[in-house]
Design a protein around this ligand. Sequence first.
Ligand code: DP6
Length: 364
Amino acid sequence: MIEKDFIPSAYNQTITEGKVSYKSPSNIALVKYWGKKENQLPQNPSISFTLDACATTTTVSFKKLDKLSDNYSFDLWFEGKVKEDFKPKIVTFFSRVAVYLPFLKAYHFTIETSNSFPHSSGIASSASGMSALALCMVALEKQLNPEMNDDYFVQKASFLARLGSGSACRSIEGDIVQWGKHEKTKGSSDLFGIKYPYVVHDNFKRFHDTILLVDKGQKQVSSTVGHNLMHNHPYATQRFEQAHDNLDKLIAVFKSGDLKEFIAIVESEALTLHAMMMTSMPYFILMKPNTLEIINKIWEFREKSGSNVCFTLDAGANVHVLYPENEKDIVFQFIKEELIAYCENQQYICDRIGFGAKQLKMNA
Ligand code: DP6
């Protein structure tokens, strides 16, 4: 598939009004996307576990306008309230996807959205939010063109979600999604995420992710600023190569179920992401003292117990604690007894691998 394959030919249906709704999850990267080119194309391939509990639910009501709008015509409601300050993000998204969704100016949209996790949790909502919105838009397009097949539907939703936020393209399906051209992964593309196409050992089925909310504040570095730090970064080339190598290694790990090697790759990726931020210009430290306390506790516990618990980080201070299903009791007890004390207001979210976005039925 290339970009122009996502530009539709004329629609064969006319729809004057309706409503579509999707619940779409967040995801946690194992190999990180950090650095992008023009048009939201990644500098390196990445792979993630789709999550289950952390999700955005978006409902789009649409009504045909008498004439095309000059700009995009929409209202935005977030958790039951009109939210003017989210509108510029949607306008940017609409202008990036307009050529692929030629109906955008023909309708007025009411977009109602809400998150399952608290807004001020430091959890990025761009992946779940942009994927939910992209899915609603493709669902509307499918009403205009009912012949659209399921594979195309999913690919287009991922393609559009990527234009909203890179990592969002990994939130449409589960349970493991790869995005970005990688030589050894058949079907991989910079344009959209694909379901990981090879064998996955039972050790990785239903993995847990307990998210420790170390710092619930606003992100210190926006993703746009963050990704830009990789332009002219002294270690960029090596970093992008490393991501390819780690994906090569993960193919073998997913097949064999080697949890020790999995831990080594995942923790190294998390620390490399933060190392990139510490060695860019300007430089940032996004970990907090409690992030390091938690990491050290996890290492101590692993040493002592032989458990396969590990951590990963996104571009902030919160810690994602990852562990296999058959260790859930001992690790959760360890988390409660030793880690929760390092969280802001002792807050954490119990999540696990999920299976992708779901359409919600609308009452007519
Ligand atoms: C550290 O997808 O939020 O979470 O494309 O600018 O919206 P934009 O960036 P975004 O970046 C996510 C970065 C990351 C790593 C990852 O999810 O792969």
